[in-house]
Design a protein around this ligand. Sequence first.
Ligand SMILES: [Zn+2]
Length: 285
Amino acid sequence: MSWLTRVRNSISFLPKRQTTDTLWHKCKKCDAMVFTKEWEDNLQVCPRCDHHDRIRARTRFAQLFDEGEYTLLASPDVREDPLKFRDTKKYTDRIKAARTATEEKDAFLNARGKIEGREAIVGVQDFAFMGGSMGVAVGSALVAGIKAAIAAKLPYIIFTAAGGARMQEGILSLMQMPRATVAIEMLRDAGLPYIVVLTDPTTGGVTASYAMLGDVQLAEPGALIGFAGQRVIEQTIREKLPDGFQRAEYLLEHGMIDMVTHRRELRATLGSLIDYLAPASQAAA
Ligand SMILES: [Zn+2]
């Protein structure tokens, strides 16, 4: 035991949770050590370099909604492991492990609440659950969220984060792409806005469907957004890609998205967008 550990352990007034591991947060981008409390109060954005860390669905809801208050919507039950898929591990075992690690049932949650006084239904894709991958459970939860928005005549806002389709569900995962597209059309027919916030990373089949269909496309700073990976593209076209390729700022410059919004500004921006796009939806709420 080093002298430092001995000294630390002898400090009895530190609560148990606050070990050096939880007291400090190391920034993944600039390596700065920041007090976890300071980092959390800064919406999990590095106060030194402004790196926007990936955040879990419930944390997102707590940050986004007024006073951190929201109602979680139930996600539909789906048939699990329809293909009885197995690679190096059984798919059912992978799901079990992801559930234990994340304490969530799958990679998508919906909640209803107020953003600066405006009501909305918000869906969040959780990258921590099998890379946020889009399977039948994610597709079904997304459709359920949109249906809830139509029933309540409220805007639907989605935060995307995914490595792509869930390959263990094969064609059924790819079917979620047109399925989500049809649901978004239903929302549009009801005259309600669909607002997308792209977060780090949004790639693959998710980018090829519901992540790019927003009436307004927002992204968090520095978010990786693309279809195929940079290495695959470089090997295919045999060219070096420019710096910052597939980052939110690059996409904004090239007209793929409408805004890059700091996490601190998200509530105000979403609030104004709801005012512009769906003032009537707030009349009944
Ligand atoms: Zn940093």
